[in-house]
Design a protein around this ligand. Sequence first.
Ligand code: ATP
Ligand code: MG
Length: 365
Amino acid sequence: MSERSFISIDSVSKHFGNVRAVDRVDLEIGQGEFFALLGPSGCGKTTLLRMLGGFEIPTGGEIYIDGEPMAAVPPYQRPVNMVFQSYAIFPHLNVFKNIAFGLRKEGLSKPELEARVHEALAMIRLEGYGERAAHELSGGQRQRIALARALIKKPKVLLLDEPLGALDKKLREQMQLELRDLQKSLGITFVFVTHDQEEALTMSDRIAVMSDGRVLEEGAPSQLYAKPQTRFVADFLGAMNFFEGRITGRDGDGYTVEADRLGPVTSTPLTGGFAPGETVTVGLRPENIRVTPVSGEVPAAVTGRISNAAYLGDRTHIYVRIDDAAEPILVAVQNLEDDGLLTGGGDTRFALNWSPSALLLLKNT
Ligand SMILES: Nc1ncnc2c1ncn2[C@@H]1O[C@H](COP(=O)(O)OP(=O)(O)OP(=O)(O)O)[C@@H](O)[C@H]1O
Ligand SMILES: [Mg+2]
């Protein structure tokens, strides 16, 4: 266990019969960190979260929280609290009683209890809502009540399983910011499960991307987005063009690669330990490609024609077809002003440019 880690997940597995729901996961989560578990449905996020909470017993491995092994510690004695996806607030209780429910075992006096509930209501900005019936609340308000009920016990760690999943897009984005502010001001460690990559990118200090029970990669959002190591992660976070490639050698501080549709290209820097002859997937983000109209033959340039375009308000997605290749290359263009680029479609040829560091060499996981 490293010095800085507050939660240490040490080779933890969970099998259900033949299903390896979680498979030898190692993670270190720091005090006060906002840590996201991100991955597609069924990859093991909830199972891992439930093991942190003590609701599932690991098949193998060990979990430490604040230096203590958790194996023999039941859920209610762990310094954690959990907010479930289906925010189970009691419809027959008012807001006050819903929040106070979290403290029922603590034997507080009435004034103490009232003070704590009001503190929690202020935290989620619902002062004065104590008497409101639960069914008279909006989805976002209900979600905040569920949050308050979990926070009122002042846990060191809050486990959140897709807590915003049921909210519409606008409310969801607002709650993302609120939740993030709340987490930072309280200094509580958050472990946050989501399958929404944008949510993970905007909210987290660090993300672990899971697939089939395993953690494929972990890192800061910007690092995972800009420099993914695996095809799976590159594909899961944002849009990406993929090209099948083969390493042909080295050129200065980069690898030379023969890639489909692109031809011979260079990728920098020289990391990843690739050998000549090795096959790789080359990744190129749509926003890292520049398109310029060209006339006549342009030697050594990748050129093509626009086969399709989708206007998305702030940007346009342009699909550029290289010669007769079946799969077009996606280019994202910021719509700063109408420069007439798209109206130049049809027969106009466009050259594609990018910097060598934008070409990512990915392992085919
Ligand atoms: N109690 C259980 N018994 C048997 N299999 C289970 C059980 N709980 C989960 N699984 C299986 O374990 C795997 C991981 O499930 P888990 O609920 O952790 O996924 P998830 O990443 O949370 O997915 P989602 O995004 O859909 O919530 C799945 O294949 C699931 O079917
Ligand atoms: Mg789940």
